[in-house]
Design a protein around this ligand. Structure first.
Ligand code: UDP
Ligand code: MG
Length: 316
């Protein structure tokens, strides 16, 4: 078994050497072979030069991938996952807010048979109003919407069995939703409490606006998880509801015309019902188009509609 530690780096020059030292001290005592992948996400503070010299001193354990520009944390992580050789992937930040000495805790859980181990910063050391409180709300919301209950989606320190991640593509700010996707393909998930430290050097790359992006991403995630195989259930359901509602109103207007002699054209309900019927019709059509897209999506990428945990006697 091999462990790959994946660390995105964007302007974190000051912490790198301490990070590497602590990582070496921690990983040395593990029964696994290991590698550390640093993904330099277009740093401009000399982080890359620092990483390069660290890599030259430790060619057997350190890999550095330099992106051409700043693509963002999620893209950097995706690059790391693509190039990792390990069977177990550990993700963490470069700024020493996560503590490398927690890694053995995560590995122990993987050893127990979990596919995803999520760090939980019980004692989070960030700003209360712009970070901790929005994050608490976001975690509740994500847990509720995805049905995968974790205390700390935002904690970068997490471990994954590599095979649970194959077939994922990460877009936008999506790395925090990996556990939710993984659960969707049947991963066994657990949480461990991890340490957290205040940022001592460099500065955070994010502010309150990230929470907004996370909430928007949640729509995509929910849609992909619940309806990506059968979008017509969503669009068509809504469409039928509108269609029947609109027709109901029209029927009511007709009855009123016949019974009471009131002209339907004088009522605002008439144009409204026509619009509702059209919207329902549109929604069903949209669902059908989405169904076509889903089929192209799965077939173009040879993506199966299932996920296999294990095959016994595959070669017989
Ligand atoms: N990061 C990155 N690219 C970016 C922004 C951040 O690779 O565009 C890295 C950053 O260097 C750090 C991790 O992502 O290792 C988390 O960033 P940060 O510490 O700023 O986030 P916070 O801890 O404040 O949520
Ligand atoms: Mg940080």
């Amino acid at each position: 078994m091999k462990v790959s530690v994946i660390i995105p780096v964007y302007n974190e020059r000051e912490t790198l050497s301490e990070l590497v030292k602590t990582l070496f001290n921690t990983l040395r005592d593990q029964p696994y072979s290991w590698e550390i992948l640093f993904i330099d996400d277009g740093s401009s503070d000399g982080s890359f030069q620092q990483l390069k010299s660290i890599a030259e001193e430790n060619p057997e354990h350190i890999i550095v991938i330099a992106l051409r520009r700043n693509f963002g944390q999620t893209a950097a992580i995706a690059a790391g996952i693509d190039y990792a050789a390990g069977d177990i992937l550990v993700l963490m930040d470069a700024d020493m807010q996560n503590d490398p000495t927690d890694i053995p805790l995560l590995l122990k859980k993987i050893d127990e048979g979990y596919d995803v181990v999520s760090g939980w910063r019980v004692n989070r050391k960030d700003k209360i109003f712009t970070r901790i409180i929005p994050s608490k709300i976001a975690n509740k919301l994500i847990s509720w919407v995805t049905g995968v209950h974790l205390h700390d989606y935002g904690c970068s320190l997490k471990a994954y069995r590599k095979d649970i991640l194959t077939g994922f593509r990460l877009y936008g700010e999506m790395h925090r939703f990996i556990p939710a996707y993984a659960a969707h393909v049947g991963a066994r998930i657990t949480e461990v409490e991890v340490k957290h430290h205040p940022r001592r050097s460099g500065k955070t790359k994010y502010g309150l606006e990230r929470t907004l992006k996370v909430v928007l991403d949640l729509f995509t995630v929910k849609f992909l998880i619940s309806y990506s195989q059968n979008p017509l259930y969503l669009f068509g359901g809504l469409g039928l509801f509108l269609l029947l509602g609109g027709m109901g109103i029209l029927f009511f207007l007709l009855i009123r015309r016949v019974g009471l002699g009131i002209s339907p054209f004088s009522s605002p309900l008439f144009p409204a019902s026509i619009m509702i019927v059209l919207m329902g019709f549109q929604s069903i059509l949209m669902g059908l188009i989405a169904e076509l897209l889903v089929r192209t999506y799965h077939e173009a990428q040879d993506k199966p509609t299932y996920a296999i945990r294990k095959i016994i006697n595959e070669d017989n």
